[in-house]
Design a protein around this ligand. Structure first.
Ligand code: UTP
Length: 298
């Protein structure tokens, strides 16, 4: 019987330079889409997929992130006194069971592969684990990681979330070399980090959800720096392919927002606000007005 995926690593130790100066003091993952920080979307998705242990790889300046998952007794008392049960219920989703969350420091931002490797002692040698990048936010009827966990129960091996991107954008992603296309699942015979369009083996790009086998951590033990002079997770997965181990891409159902970029973050803000009953009417009237003004100005 395959072991269930119950642990997820959340690498959040990056510098977030694209959001400076905000990220000088606010961790990127605490920035909010409407009224919930990015990390809350990631945690909700992980919980829906059956994750019970949450491992954050953090860095200096990320205290706000750790505080976010703490209980807030004074705030709770105030809300209780005022009978604000709905807000109390909202707070509940931010709480973690004691011992369910662990924080590991990545002392230098040496790359995503290095961040995942920092958590190696918390993963047993026989259990698959998930990796979630909170700045990739995915709006989906069935949460993306849940879709992947269900597919992984059939395939085993390593699995990465994948989506088609325009050919000129391949240099922003890890890109899959597809061996066999089976629809939602593709088997992979190679992976390249940030290839130029002319060198890309396909336009099927990896985004921030992974289910990995512990062999990836062993590959990272002897990792050399790759693209961008960083230790790349893609290279460690490509090592497994070379060793003849199965790697799959999973074309998820849903819309992915790159909230690590300003344009993606703004698009996600609008999309999530329009999905809310309490905001939709006002916001869509405002957006229509803005579009008309813009047209008139041209
Ligand atoms: P990004 O490539 O988006 O880098 O990392 P970044 O530092 O967060 O942001 P920019 O590019 O400077 O604006 C993707 C994910 O990998 C994590 C980040 O925190 C983010 O969740 N990461 C990256 C680490 O945890 N450690 C690293 O050394 C690099």
């Amino acid at each position: 019987m395959r072991k269930k995926v119950t642990k997820a690593i959340f690498p959040v130790a990056g510098l977030g330079t694209r959001f400076l100066p905000a990220t000088k003091s606010v961790p990127k993952e605490i920035m909010t889409l409407v009224d919930r920080p990015l990390v809350q979307y990631a945690i909700d998705e992980a919980r829906a997929a059956g994750i019970t242990e949450f491992i954050f790889v953090t860095s200096r300046g990320k205290n706000a992130l750790e505080d976010y998952f703490d209980h807030a007794p004074m705030l709770e008392q105030e809300l209780q006194k005022k009978g604000k049960d709905d807000l109390l219920a909202t707070l509940k989703s931010t709480y973690m069971d004691s011992g369910a969350i662990a924080y590991i420091r990545q002392h230098r931002a040496l790359g995503l592969g290095h961040a995942v490797w920092c958590a190696r002692r918390l993963i047993s040698s026989d259990e698959p684990f998930a990796v979630i990048l909170p700045d990739d936010v995915i709006a989906a009827e069935k949460p993306c990681l849940q879709q992947m966990v269900e597919a992984h129960a059939e395939t085993g091996g390593n699995m990465v979330a994948a989506m088609e991107v325009p050919a000129e954008k391949t240099s922003s992603y890890g890109v899959l070399d597809v061996a066999e296309d089976m629809g939602s699942v593709v088997s992979v015979k190679g992976m390249v980090e940030k290839p130029k369009p002319e060198d890309a083996p396909s336009n099927l790009a990896v985004i921030g959800r992974y289910i990995l086998t512990p062999s990836i951590l062993r590959n990272l033990d002897r990792m050399k720096k790759g693209a961008g002079d960083e230790f790349q997770l893609t290279d460690a997965i490509a090592d497994d392919i070379r060793a003849g181990k199965p790697v799959y891409g999973y074309r998820f159902d849903g819309q992915r927002f790159d909230c690590g970029s300003k344009a993606g973050f703004l698009q996600a803000t609008v999309a999530f606000a329009l999905a809310r009953d309490d905001l939709r009417d006002d916001l869509s009237a405002y957006l229509q007005e803005m579009v008309q003004l813009d047209k008139a100005a041209q």
